[in-house]
Ligand binder design. Sequence first.
Ligand SMILES: Cc1ncc(C[n+]2csc(CCOP(=O)(O)OP(=O)(O)O)c2C)c(N)n1
Length: 372
Amino acid sequence: MKTESPLSVIQANGKANGYDPGLSKEELLHCYRTMLLVRAFDDTALKLQRSGRIGFSIPNKGIEATQVGAASALKKTDWLFPSYRDFGMALYHGVRAADMMNNMFGNAADSARGRQMPVHFSFTDPIHFFSISSPIGTHLPQAVGAAHAFKLRGESHVALVSFGDGGTSSLGFHSGMNFAAVWKSPVVFLCQNNGYAISCPIEEQTASDGFAIKAQAYGMPGVVVDGNDLLAVRKATMEAVERARKGGGPTLIEAKTFRMGGHSTSDDPSRYVPKELVAEWEKKDPVQRFEKFLQAKGIWTEKVRAELEASCKEEITAAVREAEATGQPPLETIFSDVYAELPPHLRRQGTEAFELARRKGDAAAGDGAFPL
Ligand SMILES: Cc1ncc(C[n+]2csc(CCOP(=O)(O)OP(=O)(O)O)c2C)c(N)n1
């Protein structure tokens, strides 16, 4: 069985194919600026990593429209179970770039107090942005569990879980999709098919005709959408969110997009991504696609882009200054937020470790190299 061609909204002339996203000029410009902010964050994070000031980052270039289009379909009371490559979802909902930068530096203001890897954000305000899981696919059952809880409690929240094409080969994908479909959990599964799982191309990830088709076996709707078309992603996600909120159960959305950079700052994609493929996707840039739409509506010019880019750069520079000026978490915070009451053996070990650190001082800082 063949998957239908991807849902697309923004046409080559910038017109929206009869779809009205229902967003004001300010809201449309917020979507646009968020994509530019993700790019500014990416550029700065790469420089910080290359100069040894942070250990690691994850590039988002090419998939900004999927992130922002999907995030724009959620209310602040909904819950996000993101992948590590979803900077735009947090920024869209008003998470401060500085709070994300605090995590990149693992400083004392980091919500995980420096105990997580960089890009492993977690926020409860202004939206529930669930702590990122490093093991691929483990957050799908977590999202389904949360959604099931919303249903049992009679709450109208929806959980959106975002994962890559590689995530569909995990056990969490199967157990999460199956449970959600059987129990009609209010959850939206967003598969970001960005071509590769590190160096593994989609042809080696699945023998199916894409990923959305897998929804049929579980008994839920599956939709394929052009992931570089912000409005198409918004439309598909809004429909899925509405169905979930009304008790209609889950949907699997496959957003077809392309990762225009390395898997992480430790990766060299030129060793496995053909140049021709990159050139092909460069022509489908999601930011330019949305600019065409804004231009057709009379709210975009080169000047608008230049001004917004400058303000994004300023925001990210300020975020770095704030994060770098914040000190490292003191060793004594190692057990904070972990236990309601610290077990006696850890209290004893902690006392010994803190005393040792007081006598011997801190270990020397690393050279910034990251082992992954
Ligand atoms: C269970 C597990 N296996 C392997 C890894 C190593 N790993 C980290 S990211 C990644 C690729 C995931 O690709 P995909 O799900 O397509 O997401 P993308 O990075 O493309 O956004 C792998 C294999 C891991 N983190 N967890």
